[in-house]
Design a protein around this ligand. Structure first.
Ligand code: FES
Length: 148
């Protein structure tokens, strides 16, 4: 039995379950290692490229190891119009990394994402599963401190 089959129940599930299986694998491993993508493709009998394509399409999935806290700042238009670039810059300055990077101590990863469904309280971001709304450069420090 492969590592992926030991970790998550793949048997009896097909290609239509791919996204769900990727989410389960990410929850289990913290990210989607290449080995997991290959094993999943074999288990579902679909091309590795297809699994990789899905794994890299969704911003909530990652093929790279992530920090303990993943910051996802909305980059969609309503948040952009409410100054999300200023929020990105403020966070970059506070934690010293750019989108797509992880702090050397592994505390934070920073990502840009599409709309998270909180446009009426833009700009918005998520840290792990927590949603933070009405962001300003002034309230970023207080929010980040909760994850120190
Ligand atoms: S556009 Fe940012 S939450 Fe919807």
């Amino acid at each position: 039995m492969s590592k992926i089959q030991e970790a998550i129940p793949v048997q009896g599930r097909g290609r239509e379950n791919l996204l769900e299986l990727l989410k389960e694998a990410q929850n289990r491993f913290g990210y989607l290692p290449e080995e997991t993508i290959v094993e999943l493709a074999k288990s579902l009998d679909i091309p590795v490229g297809e699994v990789y394509g899905v794994a890299t399409f969704y911003s909530f999935l990652s093929t790279k190891p992530q920090g303990r806290n993943v910051i996802r700042i909305c980059k969609s238009l309503p948040c952009f119009l409410k100054n999300s670039p200023m929020i990105v810059k403020s966070i970059e300055e506070k934690i010293g990394i750019k989108p797509g990077e992880t702090t050397p101590d592994g505390k934070f990863s920073l990502q840009l994402t599409n709309c998270i469904g909180a446009c009426d309280k833009a700009p918005a971001m998520m840290i792990n599963n927590d949603v933070h709304l009405d962001l300003t450069p002034g309230n970023i420090s207080r929010i980040l401190q909760a994850y120190e």
